[in-house]
Write a protein that binds this ligand. Structure first.
Ligand code: CTP
Length: 401
């Protein structure tokens, strides 16, 4: 495989030699493109000796062979290590006034960047925004890790180790080879709705949003354009995913109906309140007015999943979840089968929940039911691997492919 290693000007440039060497030893044809400032940290002869290829730096070298785009066009993988704050900004902006800039712009290959900088620079809002932009475009970011920096300071900002960069880069190529959701829109709901009783109180549930967020990430990594309709997530929304925050079941229904337009796959992992208080008090409810007992009149909420399933067009796949507390597997599956039919979804992901199970936990165990109630797959493990297993089952389905 033909790999371009871009090196930008930071002290970690000396460690980039290890990245080049790792890729060469793995049998790849490596071409190094240092920026002008990188050459102040590491010499061209070193890079040529380790990469076993000539090192070009100048945009105006080899103009006859249209060198400034040829390198990018022919690359199967581009790794930028270290990527300084300046280089991340330049990549995010699409600047092309040096050989590394033109090479990256002229390439469709996976791009892996290994940031290295002082903690303040890494945490600066400008750098955060540039990294988010790059991730949204499918760029893979490895590191930085926490540790000793160049001066007397330490913290997040150290470049990842060369072997980790090489491993991430090769993995990015393998993943790019299987991006079955490229060009597809995926809508995921996650979290738990809250139904207000008064301005400060609500009826809610224990959903953390972890499983839905993991599904959004897994779909993003398979190349999909992902919209996450999120109700009160306890975990950060993933980078590279458009998040639409909602509070109540009704808001979730409105957002889902709006966003489902053009979606090829809809996964409803959110825990939606089935009932809401019939009226919401305008002012805080007071014990002095209520006395020792309080009854709350509840009315049914719309069923988001059933509505979306009923309104779907050909080519859209709808996946629901079922949260059940039934411990007996056969009875659990029977409940799942009944729910699959009642909701009209293509698939139903059944999981057993309890006071200290599933909700909020890092792990999950699910059974995926397909039309007719047949078991299409089972998975257990951390929520990301469960998410991948769910997509492995539903994506090859004719309507979802
Ligand atoms: N769901 C929904 N709208 C609702 C209730 C549930 O869209 N008002 C969706 C959930 O997102 C999930 C699926 O329906 O994908 C099943 O949710 P679950 O809570 O297991 O089932 P319920 O429909 O609430 O049924 P019950 O509480 O009677 O088990």
């Amino acid at each position: 495989m033909r790999v371009v290693v871009g090196i930008s000007g930071g002290i970690a440039a000396y460690k980039a030699v290890g990245v080049v060497r790792g890729l060469v030893l793995a049998g790849h044809d490596v071409h190094v493109v240092p920026t002008a400032s990188a050459l102040r940290f590491v010499g061209r002869p070193t890079l040529e000796a380790i990469s076993r290829n000539p090192v070009e730096t100048d945009l105006y070298d080899g103009v006859a062979e249209v060198r400034h785009v040829a390198l990018g066009q022919s690359a199967d993988l581009i790794v930028v290590a270290p990527a300084t704050a300046n280089t991340l900004a330049r990549l995010a902006a699409g600047l092309a006034d040096d050989l590394l800039g033109t090479t990256v712009l002229a390439s469709r290959a996976p791009l892996v960047v290994a940031p290295a900088m002082h903690t303040e620079m890494w945490e600066n809002a400008a750098t955060r925004a540039n990294v988010a932009t790059l991730v949204a475009r499918g760029v893979h970011v490895v590191g930085p890790v926490s540790g000793r920096l160049t001066g007397s300071d330490s913290g997040p900002g150290r470049m990842a180790e060369p072997e980790d960069i090489v491993a991430t880069a090769l993995d990015a190529v393998r993943r790019a080879e299987r991006r079955p959701l490229a060009g597809r829109r995926v809508l995921v709901t996650a979290g738990g709705t809250r139904e207000p009783l008064d301005p400060v109180r609500f009826l809610g549930n224990a959903s953390s949003g972890r499983q839905g967020v993991a599904i959004a990430e897994a779909a993003r990594d398979r190349g999909a354009e992902v919209v996450l309709v999120a109700a009160h997530l306890e975990v950060p929304a993933p980078d590279g995913v458009r998040t639409v925050p909602v509070r109540t079941a009704q808001e979730m229904l409105d957002a889902v109906l709006r966003e489902a337009d053009g979606a090829h796959l809809v996964v409803m992992a959110a825990a939606v309140a089935d009932y809401r208080p019939a009226s919401v008090a305008e002012a805080k409810l007071k014990k002095a007015d209520l006395g020792d007992r309080l009854s709350v009149d509840l009315v049914r909420n719309p069923d988001v999943l059933a509505t979306v399933a009923a309104e779907r067009r050909p080519g859209r796949l709808v996946v629901g979840f079922a949260a059940e507390t039934e411990p007996d597997r056969e009875r659990l599956l029977a409940l799942g089968r009944a729910k699959l039919q009642a909701k009209g979804a293509d698939f139903l992901v059944v999981n057993e929940v309890g006071l200290d199970r599933t909700f909020g936990a890092p792990d999950n165990r699910v059974v995926v039911l397909a039309a007719g109630g047949v078991i299409a797959g089972e998975a257990a493990g951390d929520k990301r691997s469960v998410a991948d297993a769910i997509l492995d089952v539903v994506v090859p389905h004719p309507a979802g492919a």
